[in-house]
Design a protein around this ligand. Structure first.
Ligand code: TRP
Length: 337
């Protein structure tokens, strides 16, 4: 039986936070344990260059993200775990796809349109001011990531669905032009069941809002951050609504159903915010202690991370290189033999 190929990339510009863990990392690691699935998880570090021109930040983020996934138990004998920038076939395929992708399709990409809208609002003469070719062609690079490995399913957030549709479009066009089923048409998978966590200020936890709780901050800092989570002015003893409370939301994303139910009861009984914060901190700290120790050990052993990623790159290239040979032949760039 052929396995379903599940592929996803993580842009390496930030430090993993609780929201990333609950929304993406935890479900991805769980999915990779399914024997009917072959997972491809990679650090989208070429994509990072589009948003971030701070080499230290990109380098640091790559290491932190890799260490995080390993510390949380990703089995890299099973999942293929690699850096995008270690696979030269990906930029090569990006070029081939660029040559069949309509410019008009890229004009419609949300990220590009948002950047243009911002320029227009700011009254800039040039609507493309400050927009790089990297940003404009972002969906082509992402299509190459996906089509390179003929992924069937691509778990992503809602904001990325359009990119998967564009990848299907490019795949279909290439297949049609060169008259073969070179590429599988990928499908976006958006899981509505996974929790989207709120951050310190009650908005969605996101690096761009600067309201995150990093997954592996030191214990003291974790306590500090949990204490910063916004609550309301209800006094101890007054019943509180768990369903509009960030503390409860985070707690229940980590706790079992029974534990969450018990906490719900405490809200009804009027638990004080100070108590609720201490309880959340203790619970998180308990669950994160062991992976945090593994994370710290990994961060101090970059050579190990490097060797794991190089092994992943080797496995990925064992597929990408022969695929690229076929594609070169298909477009007329085969060898003279
Ligand atoms: N663009 C994705 C994001 O910002 C990251 C990404 C890059 C990706 N390449 C991918 C996700 C391929 C899925 C498949 O979240």
């Amino acid at each position: 039986m052929t396995k379903t190929r599940v592929l996803t990339g993580i842009t390496t510009t930030g430090t993993p936070h609780l929201g990333n863990y609950v929304g993406a990392i935890r479900p991805a690691i769980a999915a990779s344990q399914d024997p009917n699935v072959q997972s491809y998880y990679f650090l989208a570090d070429f994509h990072a260059l589009i948003k971030c021109q701070d080499p230290k930040r990109v380098q640091e983020s790559r290491r932190e993200i890799a260490a995080t996934w390993l510390a949380l138990g990703l089995d890299t004998d099973n999942a293929i775990f690699y850096r995008q920038s270690d696979i030269p076939e990906i930029p090569e395929l990006t070029w081939m796809l660029s040559c069949v992708c309509a410019k008009g399709l890229m004009n419609r990409a949300h990220a590009y349109k948002a950047a243009v809208a911002e320029n227009e609002e700011a009254g800039n003469q040039d609507p493309d001011k400050g927009i790089t070719m990297g940003l404009f062609g972002y969906p082509v690079l992402m299509a190459a990531d996906i089509l390179m490995f003929n992924a069937n399913k691509v778990p992503v957030g809602r904001d990325q669905i359009q990119h998967i549709e564009m990848a299907r479009d490019m795949a279909g066009r290439f297949n049609h032009l060169f008259k073969n089923n070179f590429f599988t048409l990928p499908e976006a998978v958006v899981d509505d069941k996974v929790a989207v966590l709120n951050g310190l200020d009650g908005r969605k936890m996101s690096k761009s809002y600067n309201n995150t709780i990093p997954l592996f901050v030191a214990e003291k800092k974790l306590l500090k951050l949990v204490r910063k989570i916004k609550t309301n002015s209800l006094e101890p003893g007054e019943p509180k609504d768990p369903d509009t409370c960030t503390l409860f939301q985070i707690y229940s994303a980590f706790a079992s159903a029974e534990e969450a139910e018990a906490m719900r009861q405490e809200y009804a009984n009027g638990i004080g915010w100070g108590d609720a914060k201490n309880r959340l901190f203790e619970y998180l700290n308990e669950q994160l202690r062991e992976p945090r120790e593994r994370y710290q050990a990994l961060m101090e052993d970059p050579g190990h991370i490097e060797s794991v990623l190089m092994k992943g790159a080797e496995r990925a290239r064992a597929e990408a290189a022969p695929t690229m040979d076929r594609l070169r032949q298909a477009v007329g760039l085969g060898r003279f033999v």
